[in-house]
Design a protein around this ligand. Structure first.
Ligand code: HEC
Ligand code: HEC
Length: 446
């Protein structure tokens, strides 16, 4: 589920709990009124207190991040449980004449809630698609910085967001990165606060020398570190040659190995596993790259664009046109199995993390090289293997659907996305597993 959807869902649940306690309160008061042997005041106070607790929980819920919410929901369930218990006790000695027993009404109430909730969550994916960015297509018109950074957001997360799936756009960033404070799954640096960091990074002693020094050329990208004036012309920034935050961000995207965030690189933090964002398979155009930088600079201060330094695109910039509008060439979120194996694998983003023999351009290094014809039997023989697979085919399937069942030695846990199951049809999964389980070194590839 998307963060925003989770927020909406939790908020919805807390509001329902509050409504529920109000309902019980009214019910109890009515009951007390119709009977002389129970004290409306006493029970009114007890149930009134529950309303307050529920209200408190609702408001607290708004301030928590998702991980905290998961823990917090227990308290709400507990509150409702106690409420039901007290309610049940309260009615125990009552003569129930023309009203149904409380437990029946509670059941009725919860059934209604569940149906509402089910309907609501079902409705969610269809309804929640963010509008395409307004100015994205008409460059050079009266596009504002808000429109432009929103184009960046769409490149990162995509225009369509579907419940139960991580939203991913053409830029593929969420495959590896997280963006909210506290959302640390340990894959790659959390990009919350990266605008601020962009200014301090270039001041670091480490930036000046590691893994290459300012002025040296990075092999894979051909980019000269720390020299904004030497960037390829179409990506070049106007203005002074001094290093600014924008240069750091641009360099992070175009030359990830120019500076490797401590602890996230390979070979002693000298090589970044991040792909070059302006080269295949992601291939962002200069206008798109700047939109992403603009979004990175403004995302932590919603509605405020004072920190954005990228220039607005002009009419004579090479048109990002449809593909950048978020409507056209957006990475689809789901593969059905009718696609070619290349298309499937590229859509899912496996090549960004894996080198895969037989798939052109699949040179990722964050995960192991996929030579499963040889690897899978080795994993199954490993005494540490605790999964349930018996064959290489089953092992491959398990690795895709439940990557944490076995962690390949030397690679981090939790890096491979856990949600591929929701992005594949049964056909697609079978086709993918057939292919991946037979991958082997082809000789031509190193
Ligand atoms: C295959 C995984 C992967 C993908 C996809 C990816 N990144 Fe990264 N990124 C990394 C890793 C690993 C690092 C840390 C190593 C380094 O500094 O290069 C990193 C570092 C960064 C940094 C530097 C962070 C800092 O704290 O200084 C930025 C900025 C960044 N990525 C932005 C992006 C954006 C924007 C996208 C999408 C267009 C993206 N990344 C896509 C893996 C990835
Ligand atoms: C964000 C990076 C990332 C992406 C995207 C990714 N993987 Fe992985 N994958 C990893 C890492 C890291 C490991 C090793 C750790 C582990 O075992 O979970 C791994 C392990 C595997 C393994 C087990 C390899 C072995 O030799 O035992 C298979 C199979 C695999 N991935 C297939 C895929 C397929 C297929 C896709 C695309 C649908 C994919 N992965 C996408 C990072 C990724």
């Amino acid at each position: 589920m998307l963060p925003e959807q989770q927020d909406i869902l939790w908020t919805f649940i807390t509001l329902l709990f509050t409504l529920f306690s109000i309902y019980v309160f009214v019910n109890v008061i009515q009951h007390c009124r119709s009977r002389t042997d129970v004290s409306a005041q006493k029970w009114g106070i007890v149930f009134g207190a529950f309303i307050l607790v529920s209200l408190f929980e609702t408001s607290t819920m708004f301030d928590l991040n998702q991980q905290q919410q998961l823990g917090f929901i227990r308290w709400q369930v507990l509150t409702v449980f106690v409420l039901l218990l007290v309610w049940g006790l309260f009615f125990k000695s009552a003569k129930i004449e023309d009203q149904s027993p409380p437990i029946v009404r509670a059941a009725f109430f919860y059934t209604t809630i569940s149906i509402l909730l089910a309907g609501y969550t079902n409705w969610l994916p269809q309804q929640r698609s963010d509008p395409p960015p307004k100015g994205g297509v008409v460059l050079g018109g009266d596009i504002t910085m808000e429109d432009y950074t929103d184009l960046g957001r769409v490149i990162v997360f995509g225009a369509k967001q579907v419940a139960g799936q991580k939203a991913i756009g053409k830029g593929q960033c969420p495959l590896c990165h997280t963006f909210d404070p506290g959302d640390n799954i340990g894959r790659c640096p959390n990009l919350f606060g990266v605008e601020e960091r962009s200014h301090t990074r270039v001041q670091e002693e480490r930036y000046k020398t590691s893994p290459i020094a300012i002025g040296e050329t990075d092999g894979p990208s051909g980019i000269v570190k720390g020299k904004p004036e030497d960037i390829p012309a179409e990506y070049k920034r106007q203005g002074s040659p001094d290093l600014v935050g924008e240069d750091y961000l641009r360099e992070s995207l175009m030359c990830p190995s120019c500076y490797v965030v401590e602890g996230y690189g390979k070979e002693g933090d000298t090589i970044s596993p991040m792909p070059l964002i302006h080269k295949p398979p992601i291939s962002l155009s200069p206008v798109e790259l700047n939109a992403v930088i603009g979004w990175l600079q403004s995302k932590d201060t919603p509605g405020e664009f004072g920190k954005v330094t990228v220039p607005l695109p002009s009419a004579d910039d090479s048109p990002p046109a449809e593909e950048a509008s978020g409507g056209g060439e957006e990475a689809p979120l789901f593969v059905t199995g009718t696609e070619s194996i290349d298309d499937m694998i590229n859509t899912l983003g496996c090549p960004l993390c894996h080198t895969i023999p037989g798939i052109e351009g699949a040179m990722g290094t964050l995960g192991p090289k996929l030579t499963e014809k040889v690897n899978a039997p080795l994993r199954l023989k490993d005494p540490n293997y605790k999964g349930t697979a018996k064959t290489g085919h089953e092992y491959t399937k398990e690795s895709i659907l439940n990557p944490n069942a076995y962690i390949v030695e030397g690679f981090p846990e939790g890096v491979m996305p856990q949600d591929f199951g929701s992005k594949l049809s049964v056909d697609a999964l079978n086709k993918l597993v057939d292919f991946i389980s037979n991958t082997e070194e082809t000789g031509s590839e190193g």
